[in-house]
Design a protein around this ligand. Structure first.
Ligand code: GRF
Length: 213
């Protein structure tokens, strides 16, 4: 339902009385989603995760949704490996709209976001990426950092646009690359930083959306 103060096509802003509603998309184990859901439970997320969607049947993030009492669903992705089919992405949009989501958070979602979703939530899709963007876009960014021999790695929360890991940066955390690091030990250190960064930036984003509405 549309509410007073709507500023962009396709996005309904919440009335002052209800928390902003967030939809979560993920393909993996969902440790970032867990950090978000724990912050929500602790009352410090500034918004409410209301729906978890995954392109992977049996993904850990779906079980986590159930653990936190948040509706969680598998959406069959279609025939492509790196993106949803446009029908599948339209289905994501339909489900997110049905859940009256105000904005979308990608938490380890492994497919490129295309037009249907970008159009439905313009400037309202966040992602977390395991590098200090603009360095090391794309897959296994922590391994790219290790192989490049940089002294510092980290993670970035950014808005999603039509490129791959190219949207506006909302926040970053840095971690050192230590002697003897493996790809796994570096990724684990980056993930600890992610779990602090993502809830903090999501809260700030929700606050900003609330002020703008
Ligand atoms: C994280 O490293 C995140 O930066 C990247 O995908 C990974 C997801 O991990 N986008 P998890 O499923 O949240 O544990």
């Amino acid at each position: 339902m549309s509410t007073p103060g709507t500023q962009l096509p396709g996005v309904s802003f919440s009335p002052e009385s209800r928390p902003l509603r967030v939809g979560v998309l993920g393909s993996g184990k969902g440790s970032n989603f867990r950090a978000l859901a724990e912050a929500w439970r602790a009352g410090s997320l500034g918004c409410e995760p209301v729906l978890v969607l995954s392109d992977i049947e049996g993904a850990g993030i779906l079980a986590l949704g159930a653990e936190f009492g948040i509706p969680a669903r598998f959406v069959p992705p279609g025939p492509f490996r790196t993106k949803m089919s446009s029908e599948a992405e339209e289905e994501l949009v339909r489900l997110l709209r049905e859940a009256e989501v105000d904005f979308v958070v990608l938490a380890g979602f492994m497919r490129v976001i295309k037009e249907p979703l970008l159009r439905a939530f313009p400037g309202r899709i966040l992602n977390i990426h395991p590098s200090l963007l603009p360095q090391f876009r794309g897959l296994e960014a922590w391994r790219q950092a290790l192989e490049a021999g940089v002294p510092e790695a980290g993670c970035t929360v950014h808005l999603v646009d039509a490129g791959v890991d190219t949207g506006m940066i909302l926040g970053q955390s840095r971690v050192p690359v230590l002697p003897g690091d493996t790809a796994e030990s570096l990724h684990a250190r980056i993930q600890v930083a992610e779990h602090e960064l993502y809830p903090r930036i999501v809260r700030e984003f929700a606050q900003r959306l609330r002020q703008e509405s």
